[in-house]
Ligand binder design. Structure first.
Ligand code: PNS
Length: 179
């Protein structure tokens, strides 16, 4: 139990409900934003946890992803953005989170999500994974598809936050290819 939780309990208040929403977020999409917004309506705090993965050739560095997500949620007190390495459950414990949030877009997501949820439960039975569905209009969006469409010169407006789209266009201009 974290110090903060103990203090709240001593003061006779229910402990904060803290959720963690982990992912690669390369890039952050409007589907992610939708889930974070829904999570913020339910939990006292939602920590967007961006994984330090070792993928080759990411679109954005982890720090850039953190900065953009912070910009998108600037002024939204319940949303905290952080990066992490190692096991998610270790980071979640450090942060005093109780719930892991994941988005489910389609049946095809289910198998991978089910495996992760059960592995996380085995590693840390005190956590519950909660699945949230994005708005229907975002169910086909993924970071991977956005990277692909963008790399081939397709439009991505409306699929990612404006800040992210501007950064993507900026980096393409900087690399001298088609804007
Ligand atoms: O956006 P993604 O790539 O689907 O997110 C996957 C993520 C970051 C949630 C997952 O890879 C993860 O939690 N990685 C941290 C390492 C870990 O805890 N692995 C065991 C969990 S099954």
């Amino acid at each position: 139990m974290t110090k903060q939780v103990k203090e709240r309990e001593k003061a006779g208040r229910r402990p904060d409900r803290v959720a963690i929403y982990p992912g690669s977020f390369d890039p952050l999409t409007n589907g992610h934003v939708d889930i974070i917004t829904r999570g913020a309506a339910i939990f006292d705090r939602i920590i967007v946890a961006i994984l330090h993965n070792r993928e080759k050739g990411p679109l954005f560095t982890v720090q850039e992803r953190v900065d953009m997500a912070r910009e998108v949620f600037a002024g939204e007190q319940k949303v905290v953005v952080a990066s992490f390495g190692g096991l998610l459950v270790d980071f979640a414990r450090q942060q005093g989170a109780h719930v892991i949030v994941r988005g489910l877009r389609a049946i095809s997501d289910f198998e991978y999500e089910f495996q992760m949820a059960l592995m996380n439960r085995r590693l840390a039975p005190e956590f519950e994974t909660v699945f949230m569905m994005p708005a229907e209009s975002y169910t086909y969006i993924s970071s991977r598809l956005i990277r692909e469409v963008f790399a081939l010169g397709g439009p991505i407006a409306g699929l990612v936050p404006g800040i992210v789209e501007a950064r993507m266009r900026g980096s393409r201009r900087a690399h001298g290819s088609r804007a």
